[in-house]
Design a binder for this molecule. Structure first.
Ligand code: NIG
Ligand code: FE
Length: 417
């Protein structure tokens, strides 16, 4: 099956082989099945060559966006905590007083696989309507093995039912399960000896992630978990330096993790370690915004040091109930002083590297995956100029075109809220 997109006003390929953002005007793209087979000028095109012809109407076309850090599989919500924070309570205070991750763990343990499937499907369809064609999703709201496996199996089912790519991450080390309160080391033993091997053996995850944070997993415990994960063939991610500087970024660099994420409190040593270890720094400005923290991650220092910076939502029911990656891009510009060019790389090329898929996505070229966004904008400067608007006209995901209306209607027709 051949699909042609023509009348592209501005095309951004984000091809690492091209200069800048790989921009050109008056372009067309020919797709065969899941791949791009030709890129050239619209006037060279013979539209008779295609089964499906899409008119970009002079608009901007970019690679599909990649959200490389989400916690999108969970049940229930914590809207009450939003109100508590408005009344002055901090995230860590709320967690210590019976709210936080463990509240969502309770709801997720009680939910059936069918409920989790419906909830997550709706969330992912909404993300697709914002232009996200590849999404990483972490488990971590079950903590006990059965619930974690239930969530990861639901993700596998969603991967086979939805057109977008779902990258599954096992995050059994998201919090200490209530039944292990005060016995974190015993839980770490169990993770290393039983849970990680079982998850890897069933092929349920590509990555393993750990919340390396005061009150959660310290550096020594995080190291044990990540080393066990690597031994079992999982790639590594670390939630590092989110609320204080603990040394998670140094650990990520030393263990050659694929990415270190959050990094609000990263210092010079951490930056040097990420650079030396070849890790991507995944920044999540939505979390600082949502929790009204004073500090954002030092994007400019990371970029100046040559660390690839990815941007992601961190979508989760507690610290960042934002599922719109475009809003995160706006925050990256407005709150972290990132340039449009760095922001666009952060949700394409660098995000692809953060999920280990940089070989064939995050950029457009002959042979790359046919994941693209058609925007209701003439050029990339207009994209983030209007804040809080969804200018997606349609997406091509794995070679198939969906209009935004189609995706929104589908997401809204799902029964769960
Ligand atoms: O990335 N840091 C750990 N996990 C989430 C918060 C999850 C929650 O509050 O439910 C985060 O911020
Ligand atoms: Fe997170």
């Amino acid at each position: 099956m051949k699909t042609l997109i023509h009348n592209i006003g501005q095309l951004l390929t984000l091809n690492p082989a091209a200069d800048g953002l790989g921009e050109s005007i008056g372009m067309a793209v020919l797709i065969q099945d899941e791949r791009i087979v030709w890129i050239g000028e619209t006037q060279e095109v013979d539209s008779g060559r295609a089964d499906v012809v899409i008119d970009a109407r002079g608009g901007l076309v970019t690679p599909g966006l990649i959200d490389s850090h989400t916690h999108a599989i969970f049940a229930g919500n914590r809207a009450n905590e939003f109100e508590m924070r408005l009344q002055g309570k901090s995230y860590l205070e709320i967690a210590a007083s019976g709210g936080g991750i463990l509240k969502t763990v309770e709801a997720t343990r009680q939910a059936s696989a069918e409920e989790l499937y419906a909830l997550t499907r709706k969330r992912l369809l909404r993300m697709l309507s914002y232009g996200v064609t590849t999404v990483e999703v972490k488990s971590g709201y079950g903590l006990d093995f059965e619930t974690e496996r239930k969530c990861l199996r639901v993700l596998r089912q969603l991967q086979s039912d939805l057109p977008m790519t779902i990258v599954p991450t096992y995050m059994g080390a998201h919090d200490i399960p209530p039944e292990f309160k005060g016995r974190t080391d015993d839980y770490v033993d169990l993770l290393c000896q039983e849970y990680i091997p079982a998850v890897a053996a069933e092929g349920l995850a590509v990555f393993c992630d750990v919340f390396c944070e005061q009150g959660y997993f310290d550096v020594a415990q995080s190291r044990r978990i990540l080393e066990a994960a690597r031994q079992h063939g999982l790639h590594l991610k670390v939630h590092a330096e989110e609320f204080c500087e603990l040394g998670g970024a140094e650990l990520a660099g030393e263990l050659r993790a694929t990415s270190a994420d959050h990094l609000l409190h990263i210092g010079e040593k951490g930056i040097a370690a990420l650079r030396a270890g070849g890790a991507v720094a995944t920044l999540l400005p939505g979390t600082a915004f949502y929790l009204r923290l004073e500090q954002y991650a030092p994007a400019s220092a990371l970029i100046a040091a040559g660390v690839p910076v990815a941007l992601a939502t961190d979508f989760n029911p507690g610290s960042c109930a934002i599922d719109n990656l475009q809003l995160i891009m706006s925050l990256a510009c407005l709150q972290m002083n990132m340039t449009l060019s760095d922001v666009l790389k952060g949700v394409t090329r660098h995000a692809a590297k953060a999920v280990g898929l940089e070989a064939d996505r995050g950029y457009l070229a002959v042979g790359s995956r046919a994941d693209l966004v058609l925007w209701d904008a003439l050029d990339y400067q207009e994209l983030l100029y209007y804040v809080g608007r969804n200018p997606v006209r349609g997406v091509v995901v794995s070679g198939t075109y969906f209009s935004r209306e189609q995706l929104e209607a589908q997401s809204l027709s799902e029964t769960t809220p």
